[in-house]
Design a protein around this ligand. Structure first.
Ligand code: MN
Length: 329
């Protein structure tokens, strides 16, 4: 990413009277925090702003507090071809889900599409791009834009940016000096890190506990898999997730991956009968982004995912095969 990219994106946004910002499907704190922080900043400059995402219909409850201005609208209310579309943290067009059709429609109507993202191998599917695959989070790129636009960091914007930074950096485990310098600016703007992190990452409904007990009891360790580095996997079937919302299931992988004997952790989440959302994590020695892309998905070197059909055992077989040939790091 060059300084010209930042200046070009800022110029595009500064002149826009109407901006539609999209997060990827099943939005996380980085995607939604990026869209909401930039949305609030542009609204303060007088633009008409809406924020949305393709799926699910409701805002994940842990992220609701980030929308201080009520900018989020249902996907159905996103215009067919808005004049300026901004996609945040979407590594590919497909990651926009049901709103992906807005991208070609906007371009065909002569509008602009700005892609702000940090995923490896983003196919640059817009008309303008602010992409840096070395950035810890998309919110890092959003802050560079806000600085370029001269927008001051108020508390609601800082909370959105901190939410993306603390989650995508793995609670600052994957941090560089610059990550902490950014965090320092956000704390100076008033962010309460303990309160924000607790509601984002450490709060679950009670039903999460019985779900965990069933899922973790059936977790399995395969020491010889993943090129002998070890694979641990767990399967969350529809009947186990019960009243636990999909977003609550995303943290299962964070528990499974603590297994000492396995370099790679995989969690299969059943999203409809025999359809699976698969998450992969590696500690540091194997490229699970490569493995995920062999299975039709993608992501980062140490955190990736894909969607697949079949039985859980069939999906695990393709994961084992992909891990057997994934590059080591
Ligand atoms: Mn991200």
């Amino acid at each position: 990413m060059s300084p010209e990219d930042v200046a070009g994106a800022a110029e595009l946004l500064a002149a826009a009277p109407d901006v539609t910002l999209l997060a990827h499907v099943n939005p996380d704190a980085d995607a939604l925090g990026s869209a909401l922080a930039l949305g609030r900043a542009l609204r303060s400059r007088g633009a008409r702003v809406r924020v949305s995402f393709g799926h699910p219909e409701e805002v994940p409850s842990s992220l609701r507090m980030l929308d201080a201005d009520g900018l989020i609208v249902p996907a159905a209310e996103v215009p067919a071809a808005p004049p300026l579309l901004v996609a945040c943290d979407a590594g590919s067009l497909q990651r926009l889900g049901g709103l992906a059709d807005r991208v070609p429609a906007t371009i065909a109507a002569g509008g602009a599409v700005l892609i702000i993202d940090h995923h490896v191998a983003n196919p640059r599917f817009g008309t303008h791009h602010l992409i840096d695959d070395e950035a810890e989070a998309t919110v890092v790129l959003v802050l560079r834009l806000l600085d370029e636009l001269g927008v001051p960091l108020d508390l609601p914007i800082a909370r959105c940016l901190y939410a993306g930074l603390v989650t995508d950096s793995g609670r600052f485990r994957r941090a560089r000096p610059a990550t902490h310098l950014m965090a320092a600016r956000l704390l100076e703007a008033g962010v309460e890190p303990d309160e924000l992190t607790r509601s984002l990452m450490d709060t679950h409904p009670f039903a999460w506990l019985p779900m965990l007990s069933v899922v973790l009891r059936q977790a399995a360790l395969e020491p010889g898999a993943a090129q002998g580095l070890g694979l641990v996997h767990a399967v969350v079937r529809l009947e186990h997730s019960g009243p636990v919302r999909s977003e609550e299931l995303d943290s299962v992988i964070d528990i499974v991956r603590t297994t000492a004997e396995a370099e790679v952790a995989v969690v299969l989440k059943e999203i409809s009968p025999d359809r699976w959302s698969v998450s992969l994590r590696a500690d540091r020695r194997i490229d699970v982004g490569d493995a995920a892309s062999r299975c039709g998905g993608g992501g980062h070197r140490l955190a990736a995912g894909f969607t697949a059909d079949g039985t859980a055992e069939q999906v695990l077989t393709s994961v084992r095969e992909a891990l057997a040939v994934a590059p080591s790091l």
